[in-house]
Design a binder for this molecule. Structure first.
Ligand SMILES: [Zn+2]
Length: 445
């Protein structure tokens, strides 16, 4: 048995009352939080102590939608709208990736996420090489990095770019294989989902619902991201994205609807009554000029919301602290109301909201006994974080991902004093820079 004590910090618990504990401690046994309080723990028996004086201690962030697979496309095709950016830059890059590039994408992306304090990611995996088993290799690569992940194997059976379409039978059998092979891993879960509502047939959505129900896995998809996406779905089905999903039974508490920027009142009602989850990506929505998601209305309807960076190629980083700030600022700016979305709301979305969306609301995303030990320490002894009258406002509005000092995932220290312990960061950066040049040449860009 191995016990770890985090001692002396300001704990933002993200519990139901959003309690903040000054001069706090967190006792971890193996991969679980067993005791949380102020002052000293009830036992003096522990194997390791982390000094958290001057630190904010909080649950690791849940980056509920990303595409690490696009990391080699970072900074390519900037200042274009979504479909243009995809066709000009990202799709050619994805097609040109070899298996080693995919593995590096997972490793580099995991390092970037860990260094920003993101302890869980939803990797929304898009690939032109499913037939060659790239999905399996990438899950294994992610598992080795030490990060907690939901690996969502995305698919299209009807329309998307050439090379990204599979038959329904292949989608089912390849998804089932992945689910079977990773069923018992303690940090990796498999999710599935038609990538975009205009890329799959109604039958493929029904397949996804069956797969989800039979295997108890989540469905994750892009929804109502841009007016163009909405038009593509309406021209195929005569319905909105959400109405089409409701028709094929693809809404519910195992469904994560990513983006939800352009929704009608009727759509919001359907999402609320089915208990579907919304994932909000404010930075990506701004970069790609997609629009502003109606977060206050979704919250008022009682819908659970998680936060996400989106891929490293459309953010263009994996900094969830920046995403929290952008989420709050965006609503203030468009509503003219300073309290439209406040610091503690976005913090809850980045922790508990994401955990609920991935089906782990009672075990992840909070610092309280019985929860998994995914914990980060943020060094506040820096000019831009001084003074700290209000720890929540300091975290959301003043801190940056690079202030994260120590990261614990599943009870294991995966970063200490900004050094990642599970991978050789230097070597991975060198390899990624070299291989990115080759990928870009193969892509003809
Ligand atoms: Zn996406």
């Amino acid at each position: 048995m191995s016990t770890l004590l985090i001692l002396g910090g300001t704990i933002l618990t993200s519990d139901d009352a959003n309690s903040i504990i000054e001069n706090g401690y967190v006792l971890v046994n193996e991969n679980m939080i067993v005791e949380v309080g102020s002052g000293q723990p009830t036992t003096s028996n522990y194997d390791q102590v982390i000094d958290a004086k001057g630190m904010v201690v909080c649950p690791g962030f849940i980056n509920a939608h990303t595409h690490l697979c696009t990391i080699f496309g970072r900074s390519l095709g900037s200042d274009r709208s979504l479909l243009q950016w995809l066709s000009d830059a990202q799709v050619p890059m994805l097609r040109a990736l070899q298996i080693e590039d995919y593995v590096l994408s997972m490793e580099l992306g995991a390092i970037e996420n860990i260094k920003a304090g993101n302890t869980t990611i939803c990797e929304v995996f898009v690939c032109a090489h499913y037939a060659d088993g790239f999905d399996e290799v990438c899950v294994a690569a992610l598992a080795r990095t030490g990060i907690r992940s939901i690996f969502c194997r995305c698919s299209n059976d009807e329309s998307f770019f050439d090379g990204f379409i599979e038959t329904r039978q292949d989608i089912i059998s390849r998804s089932e294989r992945l689910i079977r092979n990773w069923r018992d891993h303690e940090r990796v879960r498999i999710g599935i989902g038609p990538l975009i509502p205009w890329g799959s047939s109604a039958d493929a959505f029904v397949d996804a619902v069956h797969l989800s129900q039979e295997n108890n896995v989540i469905i994750h998809l892009h929804t109502s991201e841009t007016p163009e996406y909405n038009d593509l779905v309406r021209s195929r089905t005569g319905k909105s994205n959400v109405e089409m999903l409701a028709d094929v039974g693809a809404l519910g508490d195992r469904v994560m609807l990513n983006h939800c920027v352009h929704l009608s009142e009727h759509d919001i009602g359907l999402i609320a009554e089915t208990g579907s989850h919304v994932i909000h990506d404010p930075t990506s929505n701004m970069i790609l000029a997609s629009g502003v998601a109606p977060i206050p209305q979704l919250r008022a309807a009682g819908i659970n919301i998680g936060l996400a960076c989106d891929g490293p190629a459309c953010n263009n980083t994996q900094d969830m602290i920046e995403v929290m700030k952008n989420a709050a600022l965006l609503q203030k700016a468009v509503t003219g109301q300073a309290d439209a979305l406040i610091a503690k709301d976005v913090f809850t979305m980045a922790t508990r909201g994401g955990a609920r969306a991935i089906g782990m609301g009672s075990s992840l995303g909070s610092i309280q006994p019985g929860f998994l030990a995914d914990i980060i320490l943020i060094n506040t002894e820096a000019p831009h974080l001084t003074p700290m009258h209000d720890p929540m406002a300091t975290l959301v509005y003043s801190a940056r991902g690079s202030d994260v000092h120590t990261v614990i995932i599943n009870g294991q220290i995966v970063m200490q004093n900004r050094t990642v312990t599970t991978m050789d960061e230097k070597e991975i950066l060198v390899k990624a820079r070299e291989r990115a040049v080759c990928v870009r040449q193969r892509a003809g860009l």
